[in-house]
Design a protein around this ligand. Structure first.
Ligand SMILES: [Zn+2]
Length: 135
């Protein structure tokens, strides 16, 4: 048994997954006012990054912002009324806490799955199942 080999192997196996989890960045919302509506320019990029269903996220934002919303031809979300970028970013943070980040290990590497008729958050990193709020 060679000491150097053992050391090399130990170093290369040091997990850096925890660090990866903390590097997870949600794109900042790009918000533009258009008349009486607020347009979320990079909505598509956001749900893509979160790996979540477009309508699931849109429904959550409608509830959080207390308004109605639709998706336009270019895939942008349009909210009725005027909302600041900060307000939308806070709502996205809430969504990530509730429906994306694992309660146990903080990993964003998760999926929403059906478990005996209820939707739960399944973590691909640690295998934990966490309850999610009803929408
Ligand atoms: Zn986890």
């Amino acid at each position: 048994m060679d000491y150097e080999d053992t050391l090399d192997r130990a170093l290369s196996e040091t997990p850096d997954e925890a660090e990866d989890a903390h590097r997870f960045e949600v794109p900042d919302p790009t918000i533009r006012q258009e008349g009486n509506a607020t347009v979320y320019e990079n909505f598509e990029e956001t749900y893509d990054r979160l790996a979540r269903d477009r309508d699931h996220l849109l429904k959550f934002l409608q509830t959080e912002l207390g308004t109605s919303a639709s998706i336009d031809a270019r895939g942008r979300a349009r909210f009725t009324g005027s909302f600041r970028e900060r307000r939308v970013a806070d709502a996205i943070d809430e969504y990530v806490d509730a429906y994306v980040r694992c309660d146990e290990c903080e990993s964003p590497d998760t999926r929403l799955v059906d478990e005996q008729g209820a939707t739960v958050l399944k973590c691909d990193a640690c295998g934990a199942l966490s309850p999610v709020p009803d929408q």
